[in-house]
Design a protein around this ligand. Structure first.
Ligand code: NAD
Length: 301
């Protein structure tokens, strides 16, 4: 199966970057979003625009989803106007949404009955990675299906790890974001401790990044979005709170004992009191790391 035309549903911070990358890689792209401004932006970038999801699924045999939550994915695939209601020939659906493994597995069974293929390929790397085609992807799907999708995955991602059958990608993505959420909190405590002991954050970070305490948070988030006060990563508190909540729900479901991650989950959950859903997710470092307190004096939320 040669893939030349790709549909993209969800033209937000991530989906729009993917559209630009796919166009640069000489794929034809047809996009759809509920937001008219997003569709106009995609059209200006050179994508065709579908009138609705129905038209998009009829136009494109390969469709990428970049939607906020599993509920949006379910509606797009199994809702009253979703793929399953359309009677199209088989489609390859690549779900890059940070979604719920159980929902993904349930949709996989439903789609397979009609001959469609679903693989989950959630991503790390943010809007910059989507725009540059240098995302990191954690992929779930059958070997043959992942091989079919590979030209599209390779256009979007610099690093691709096939982690298991459909649904496994979404498990790994939740684990990844649980760690990212924890590292933001532990790094903010590291800065607080160093400053209390008269070492500046800048010098601490320079040393840590050459030492074993480093993480993506010390190497990327602090220099790029936190230390300079930019807080413009393109990933929101609302989406990260969703991911942390889903990781905790997965732990509940599987009976996994995760006492440290539970505390992280409580702190992220309580942050709704002081940081609204649209705030940059790096703002969590401005919260006092106890579940029921406001941002520290002098720090903007
Ligand atoms: P976003 O909110 O910027 O974009 C989502 C888009 O989906 C919006 O434009 C919205 O209008 C559209 N949409 C919602 N329902 C729709 C529907 N039924 N049909 C068509 N369009 C619909 O979100 P984002 O930051 O682009 O994130 C997308 C997904 O990628 C999320 O699951 C997120 O958790 C994940 N993610 C985001 C980042 C990041 O840095 N932003 C990084 C990795 C993963």
């Amino acid at each position: 199966m040669k893939i030349s035309k790709i549909g993209v549903i969800g033209l937000g911070n991530m989906g729009m970057g993917m559209v630009r990358t796919l166009l640069r890689e000489r794929f034809e792209v047809v996009g759809f979003d509920l937001n008219a401004a997003r569709m106009a932006e995609a059209a200006a970038a050179g994508a065709m625009i579908a009138a609705d999801i129905d038209q998009l699924f009829h136009d494109a045999e390969t469709v990428i989803l970049s939607l906020p939550t599993a509920q949006h994915v379910r509606g797009t695939l199994a809702g009253s106007h979703g793929l399953l209601s359309l009677g199209t020939s088989p489609r390859l659906v690549i779900d890059t949404t940070t979604s719920e493994p159980d929902v993904t597995r349930e949709l996989d069974v439903l789609l397979r009955h009609q001959g469609h293929i679903l693989i989950d390929a959630p991503v790390s790397g943010g809007p910059a990675g989507a725009n540059s085609g240098q995302l990191t992807m954690m992929v779930g799907g059958a070997n043959a299906d992942v091989a079919t999708a590979m030209p599209v995955l390779q256009a979007l991602a610099g690093k691709i790890t096939h982690v298991g059958p459909t649904g496994a990608g979404h498990v790994v993505k939740l684990v990844n974001n649980m760690l990212c959420a924890a590292h933001l909190l532990t790094m903010s405590e590291a800065v607080r401790l160093a400053e209390a002991a008269d070492v500046s954050a800048e010098r601490l970070i320079a040393a840590l990044n050459a030492g074993s305490g480093r993480s993506a948070i010390s190497e990327v988030n602090y220099p790029k979005w936190i230390m300079n006060g930019a807080f413009d990563s393109g990933f929101t508190m609302g989406l990260m709170r969703k991911d942390v909540r889903l990781a905790m729900a997965l732990a509940d479901d599987k009976g996994a004992e995760l006492p440290v991650a539970r505390l992280v989950g409580d702190i992220w959950g309580a942050s709704i009191e002081t940081l609204d859903d649209t705030a940059d997710f790096n703002r969590i470092v401005t919260c006092d790391p106890t579940p029921d307190t406001a941002p520290r004096a002098g720090e903007k939320s």
